[in-house]
Write a protein that binds this ligand. Structure first.
Ligand code: SF4
Length: 204
């Protein structure tokens, strides 16, 4: 009988990989996510935008916030958003907080498309990791993302749970001191462009 071998149980390397080798593996892994994209599929940038608008909170569903998240120019981000609107996967809505800008929402067709997200395959593989490995991966990725954001002077995206602007000291819903808004429970884990890591901001 052939023994099943998990794709995540490759033999340990003889010597630890160097930092550069690990960096190359991270980039290669990211490329593999879209390696078998269908001919009629979305581009990696369109997938990133669709995921972003599905996960971003009501203060961050704008092309400019997406441009910062994707580390690209506002013009390029706007073109990507426009292409998703043309495909019927995003729709433009008035921004009630700021009449000069618009918010973009994922349409039902966009949510249906996200069910085919090629990133899901990587998520499934991560799910097979032991809990201890997942925790270590989460810690390492968080440190690396934060470090690269500081090196590139790029904003760090996060959610209310870890944000220094979030005040949970009062009875009832949490309060965002940055946007001066009450936060619904369902918003607490959404991506936010105004996020400030709790340890770098005002104490809660
Ligand atoms: S508390 Fe922080 S993460 Fe939450 S909405 Fe306010 S700025 Fe954004």
């Amino acid at each position: 009988m052939t023994e099943f071998t998990s794709p995540l149980r490759a033999p340990a390397p003889a010597a630890p990989a160097t930092a550069v080798e690990l960096a190359e593996q991270v980039v290669h892994l990211a490329r593999l996510v879209h390696g078998n994209a269908r001919e009629d599929g979305l581009t990696p940038a369109q997938w990133t935008a669709l995921r972003y608008f599905a996960r971003a909170n009501r203060f961050s569903r704008t092309p400019s916030a997406f441009s910062e998240f994707h580390a690209t120019t506002r013009g390029t981000a706007s073109q990507t958003v426009k292409s998703l609107v043309a495909l019927g996967l995003l729709e433009r809505r008035p921004n009630e907080q700021d009449g000069r800008s618009a918010l973009f929402e994922v349409t039902p067709a966009g949510h249906a498309r996200l069910a085919e997200d090629p990133l899901g395959a990587l998520g499934t593989l991560i799910d097979t990791l032991p809990a201890e490995d997942r925790r270590a991966l989460a810690t390492a990725l968080s440190r690396l993302t934060g470090g690269m954001s500081r090196l590139r002077a790029a904003p760090i995206f996060g959610n209310c749970v870890d944000c220094g602007h979030c005040d949970t000291s009062l009875d009832g819903p949490a309060y965002c001191r940055c946007t001066q808004s009450l936060l619904a429970e369902s918003e607490m884990r959404a991506l936010c462009a105004d996020f400030a890591p709790a340890n770098l901001s005002a104490p809660r």
